[in-house]
Design a protein around this ligand. Structure first.
Ligand code: UD1
Length: 418
């Protein structure tokens, strides 16, 4: 298992260009299962999760060719088989193949994704929505087995919570269902819009209202298409927070500023010196950062995927801060590790109380999940002395070789084998 050795009091200068979004690329890769023609995607990030998704799709007989940041997926000759535990357990997004397989074969058998470090993460909302489209489910030996009697039939579905994955799964299942599907209380994350745009390029008929209701008229067939994956708003947000923490002049390029409005507003409220340009954000040093209270919520609220990074920043700001986590029930795994680095954070149920004006000090820490790991990297960059971050495979799921991407902009980050 790899670990990162990070020198503190790091420098950071220049600019970084943000690559394609993992959370957008994963469902879009899955959407290729809906068509017999080739789907060509560009701006695909080089991440472990993308490799895992390719492996899962290849397991079904998909032919995948990749070249630099492009990928071509052809699912003409796929076979229906079980999605086994070994792949699904590594990546919860595997559950997204359920909708497309039911649409294409009328049946599917997928290992239950189970819980993970950040919570139980059930799939009831996915199943309830797919049931409304005419699928039946049973759970057998840890697998969810889905069956459609004849064909999926369009329906009016109101989600009990705007789950991102459930919205994507139901949307993909509905694209070729008979008649009209309405998804109310659907997730409004930019990745949902990106998936809808790609499906429409493939011939689907999806319209999203201003309020976020998704209207889908089923079509018989999808065809070949080319699509550029949107840039990763979470990676962009992480680098913006890094620059604010290190108090350096820095530019984050190729980001849609509308996708990270909640973060920008929180940072400005803290006193960060940020200038928005078209598709880029400039961070300048500031004299003072002050604590604030935030809570995570579905888009356009503050994203849970930037909560851990924000907590690292709040530890440096003056005064007290608070974060209420509303999306996942156990997403404070980074707290004890940030405390090992010198933070002073107390958790009571779903609220973290952060005492500011802390000085991080280098330490050995353990990464617990993807975004938790990067919050430790940010704290280590600001610390006095050297830090060692273990279990960085979590980090590799969502950040392209951070020792290279960040490393070439000033910080000293070395990867070593344990
Ligand atoms: C996606 C993102 C993840 C992000 C999350 C919330 C991908 C690959 N991952 O995850 O990075 O943190 O959105 O923005 O895009 N829930 C249920 N039942 C369900 C489905 C979800 O109770 O059937 C709960 C979950 O346990 C969680 C909450 O709803 O507490 C949000 O989950 P969801 O929006 O589905 O997140 P993911 O799609 O798994």
């Amino acid at each position: 298992m790899d670990k990162l050795i990070i020198k503190g009091c790091a420098n950071l200068s220049g600019e970084i260009s943000i690559k394609g979004s993992k959370n957008s690329a994963l469902p879009i890769m899955v959407s290729a299962l809906l068509s017999e023609d080739t789907l060509k995607l560009r701006n695909i990030p080089k991440l472990a999760d993308i490799e895992n998704m390719s492996k899962l799709l290849r397991n079904y007989g998909s032919i995948i060719k990749s070249k630099s940041d492009s990928i071509e997926i052809n699912c003409k000759k796929i076979i229906n088989k079980d999605a086994d535990y070994d792949i699904v357990r590594k990546m919860r997004a595997s559950i997204l193949i359920l909708g497309p397989l039911l649409s294409r074969f009328g049946k599917a058998k997928i290992s239950l994704p189970g819980g993970c470090a950040i919570g139980t993460r059930p799939i009831d909302i996915h199943l309830d929505g797919l049931k409304k489209l005419g699928a039946n489910f049973k759970v057998e030996n840890g697998y969810v087995v889905g069956q459609v009697n004849n064909q999926l039939i369009g329906s009016h579905i109101k989600l009990s919570f705007p789950s991102v994955g459930a919205t994507e799964n139901i949307m993909m299942a509905a694209v070729k269902a008979k008649g009209k599907t309405i998804i109310e209380n659907a997730a409004k994350e930019p990745e949902i819009i990106d998936l809808a745009n790609c499906l429409n390029k493939m011939g689907a008929n999806i319209k999203i209202t201003k309020k976020g209701t998704i209207n889908i008229i089923g079509v018989k067939k999808l065809h070949k298409a080319n699509h550029n994956i949107m840039s990763d708003r979470i990676v962009a947000g992480t680098f913006i927070i890094a620059a604010v923490m290190l108090n350096k002049k820095f530019e984050v390029k190729d980001v849609d500023t509308k996708h990270i409005e909640a973060l920008i507003s929180a940072l400005k409220n803290m006193g960060a010196n940020i200038k928005l340009k078209k598709n880029s954000i400039k961070i300048m040093p500031t004299n003072e950062l002050n604590g604030i209270k935030i809570q995570t919520s579905p888009h356009p609220g503050f994203p849970t995927d930037l909560q851990a990074q924000m907590m690292a920043l709040m530890s440096l700001a003056n005064g007290k801060s608070q974060i209420k986590e509303n999306i996942f029930e156990n997403r404070f795994m980074h707290v004890p590790e940030l405390n090992r680095l010198g933070a002073k954070i107390r958790v009571k149920k779903d609220v973290a109380f952060i005492s500011g004006s802390r000085n991080f000090k280098g330490a050995q820490v353990m990464a617990s999940d993807l975004r938790a790991s990067v919050s430790l990297v940010l704290a280590a960059l600001c610390a006095e002395g050297e830090s060692e971050i273990n279990r960085v495979y979590h980090l590799d799921r969502g950040y392209e070789k951070i020792e290279n991407t960040l490393g070439k902009l000033g910080p000293s980050i070395k990867r070593e084998k344990n």
